[in-house]
Structures are given as C-alpha cells and as structure tokens.
Design a binder for this molecule. Structure first.
Ligand SMILES: Nc1ncnc2c1ncn2[C@@H]1O[C@H](COP(=O)(O)OP(=O)(O)O)[C@@H](O)[C@H]1O
Ligand SMILES: [Mg+2]
Length: 441
C-alpha cells in the first residue's frame, strides 16, 4: 500500500498562480516545492555545489534532458536552493539576441537580462540589483559611523579587491557614484549608476558623460562582469552568486560555424574558470537538450576542448551514476514520479486539504494516467507539459460541475501528443547566424 503525498497548506492566491502557470505550459515562478517529485540525487548534488560556492569555491554544471524532462523546472529548483544558501542568483534564457558571445550586442543583452533578473532571498522575483547595492552602501555607512572614516574612502577600500578584475575598477567607481547620488539626493546619478551596473549603456560616450567611466559592459566582457558582480555580492554580505542560463539550444541552432564556436569557447571559459578554481563564489548552471551537448557537428562535443571536459565518466553506465560530473542528465520522470506529481497537483488544487480533493487521491490520478497511456502511450510521461495541463483542466471542470462524477469526464478527455520540441520543424538559422527563430525547449 503506498501512502499518498501530503502538501503543506497553500494560500489560494499562490495556488492560483501555480496552477495558472502550469495550465499555460510554463514552469511556475514560485511554490514549485509543492509539486516537486523525484530528482533527489540531482538536488543533493546541486545543494552541495551551493555550499561550495558559499564557501568561496565555484561550480559548473550542464543540465541535459530531452524536451519536457524538467530542465527549466530543475534550474528553478537550483535557484531556490541557492537563495536559501544566501547566494544571489541571476538567470536568463538564451535567445537569438542573447548569447554568451556576439558581435552585435548579443553578449551585452545576455548580461543585461541576467542582471535584471538578479534575485535574493527577500526579492526572489528579480530586480534585486538595486537592493544589493543598497545593502553594500548600508553596511559601509555603518562601518563609517563606527570608525569615523568617510564613506567614500571606505567604499574604495572595500572594493579594492574588485580592481584586479577586468571592468572592476569602473564597477567600483560606479558604486561610488551611486553613493554620491544617494548622499546628494541626486536620483539621476543613482539611476545612471544602476543602468551601468545592469549593462544598459550601449555607448561608451554616454557612460562617460553620465558617470565619468571609460568602459561599459560589452560583448567581450560579459563573463568578466559576471565575476565582478559575484565578488561584489560577497562584499555586500551575500555568499556568492549562481548564474543559470537556460535554452542553450539557441547556440546549437546557430548555423554560422565561427559564431557558434565563439559561443562554445565562452562556455569553455566558464567551465575552466569554475573547474580550475580561477573564480570564487560563483557557479554556472546551463540547461540544454542532448544535442546541445553531444551533437558532434554543432553541439558542445563539436568543440574539442569542451568535449574532453564534458565527456561522460567511462565508469558511469546504465544504473551507475556519477553526480560529481559536470553533466547532470535528467531522464524523463518515471511513471511513479508522475503519479505522485498528479496527486500533488490534486492536493494543491484542494489547498492542501486531502479531504477536499475533487477526485479520489489514489484512484483519480491512476485512472487519468491509464487513460492517457491508452491514447498516447509512453509519451504521457516523456512530455509531461500537456498531460499536466490536461489534468488541471479536468480538475477545473470537476470543480465547476460537482453534480457530475469524475470517471465520466476522464473517458471523454482528448489527450494530445506534445510535439512542441520537434527540432526538425524549426527553420535553420540564416547563414550569418543572426536571424534565428527563437524557440523554447
Ligand atoms: N521534478 C519535477 N517535479 C514536478 N514537476 C516537474 C518536475 N520536472 C518537471 N516538471 C513539470 O514538467 C513540465 C516540463 O518541465 P520543464 O522543466 O518545462 O521541461 P524542459 O525544460 O526540460 O522542457 C513542467 O510543467 C514542469 O512543471
Ligand atoms: Mg525548458
């Protein structure tokens, strides 16, 4: 006899947001711990990474899974764990206009998106950069009051270690400008400083006029800036920073060999910095499909140096896993995981109250799964997004039609195969690699 899962009480508003996101086919922004199933070893490994980063170490992981395997969900879990470990997180999806390397602002655009999405435990939804800067300023002021040293001098002293990093000198001087703006009630100066830190200046002239600095974040300094940012979060009192980049498939998709290789070279840079200990207090977690890693023609394996770092541990075979390896492979959720997931969804729908579910907690999800399986077979579990959506649609209908019985409805459900991840249907990128169609996996 299996025991049914329990779900902690959830507020109606949070439940609605969670269910709405899942019905819309996206991973919810908050509350995913209510529905998480499986992945215990993977979670443990990444939790260990968070600890190492918080300890001044570094981490690099590539999360690989087929369409619907749960990469985006897992990255979200990682961010949540990171925030709980007092780390700051930044995350972004790659798109044709946002890449690790570009010659036309794509690198800067990626940095900007990451910086915009900066999150802390108290600001889990992003937009936390300003509060991190404020926190740094606040602790500097306290120190200034205790020691009598002027704030400007202390800022310089405290940020001295940044200046050994590329862009670090200007970074420090922009933070000083933020303080100046704060001290003098100059809102514009504060805003300009934040714009610079978020990589939103597009020309050096503009940045120089506004802030007197000579550099801006550009396509060539993205990684360096991320390292500066991570160091800064530590100086502001956090434990370090985790960088999550999803939809790596956008690099695999690039047609132009040189441009694509330039991006893999950047990935190699992240990998080397993290694994050789050149970076401290920072971790990178990248999400992509198996092709992104293993395709010899366009994937990470097409770039020799990356292949040698990411090649599978030859001892790790079917049933033998190595969770210390930089590549984390997410296999499809098992039938049992999926069953528990549906039970959790049913409970979340009932606000955590097992006595109020709209169908029996055991028989309901089971019949639903059997029905799906009879229609689309094992794709039910391989591409969970539509199955989850259908299940939630069913719960909504049951709730609104209490006079009907649940099994009547199940028989009538139309189950569609989810082929949203069929890569062959995505048009090839234009020859210059720039007019790429964005697509999500
Ligand atoms: N471990 C998990 N526990 C609960 N639900 C999950 C889990 N992994 C994935 N899901 C759900 O499965 C669906 C597909 O996951 P997603 O992360 O979007 O896949 P991918 O990014 O690999 O295509 C989403 O609705 C997500 O909420
Ligand atoms: Mg995804």
């Amino acid at each position: 006899m299996t025991t049914s899962p329990s779900v902690s009480t959830i507020r109606p508003r949070d439940r609605d947001a969670l269910i709405q996101a899942l019905r819309g086919g996206v991973v919810p922004r908050a509350g995913i711990h209510h529905i998480q199933v499986g992945r215990f070893e993977e979670v443990r490994a990444l939790l260990e990474d968070c600890r190492r980063i918080a300890d001044g170490g570094s981490a690099f992981r590539v999360v690989i899974g087929e369409y619907g395997a749960g990469k985006t969900f897992f990255l979200s879990l990682v961010r949540q764990m990171a925030l709980e470990s007092k780390l700051v997180t930044v995350h972004a999806d790659l798109t044709p206009g946002r890449r690790l390397h570009g010659t036309n602002g794509q690198g800067r655009a990626l940095y900007s998106e990451l910086a915009k999405n900066m999150a802390t435990r108290t600001k889990p939804d992003g937009g936390a950069l300003a509060s991190v800067v404020e926190k740094f300023i606040a602790t500097t002021r306290e120190q200034s009051e205790q020691t009598g040293t002027p704030v400007e001098t202390l800022i310089k002293q405290r940020l001295a270690s940044l200046t050994e990093l590329t862009n670090g000198y200007d970074f420090a001087s922009v933070v000083a400008s933020y303080w100046k703006g704060f001290d003098e009630g100059n809102e514009q100066l504060k805003q300009d400083a934040l714009r610079w830190l978020r990589g939103e200046f597009t020309t050096k002239t503009e940045a120089r006029t506004a802030l007197g600095v000579r550099t801006i974040v550009d396509d060539d300094t993205v990684l360096e800036m991320l390292k500066v940012l991570a160091r800064f979060t530590q100086l502001a009192g956090f434990s370090g920073m985790v960088v999550c980049i999803d939809e790596m498939v956008n690099i695999w998709k690039m047609h132009n060999t040189k441009a694509r290789e330039a991006n893999w070279e950047r990935v190699l840079g992240l990998c080397n910095d993290a694994l050789q200990g050149n970076a401290s207090g920072i971790g990178f977690v990248l999400g992509g499909t198996p092709d992104v890693l293993m395709d010899q023609r366009r994937g990470m394996y097409s770039y020799q140096a990356l292949q040698s770092r990411l090649a599978a541990n030859s001892f790790a075979k079917e049933g033998v896993k190595d969770y210390t390896h930089p590549v984390v492979r997410l296999s499809a959720l098992t039938n049992e995981d999926f069953y528990v997931l549906l039970q959790k969804l049913l409970l979340v729908h009932a606000l955590g109250d097992a006595a109020k579910t709209v169908m029996p907690i055991d028989a309901g999800p089971r019949s639903f799964m059997e029905h799906c399986y009879s229609r689309i077979g094992e794709a039910t579990f391989r591409t969970p997004r539509t199955t989850i959506k259908t299940f939630l649609d069913l719960l909504a209908v049951l709730e609104q039609n209490p006079d009907k019985t649940w099994n009547e409805f199940i028989e009538a459900i139309e189950v569609k195969r989810d082929d949203g991840g069929d890569l062959d249907k995505v048009p090839e990128a234009a020859a210059d690699g720039d007019e790429l169609t964005e697509f999500k996996l």
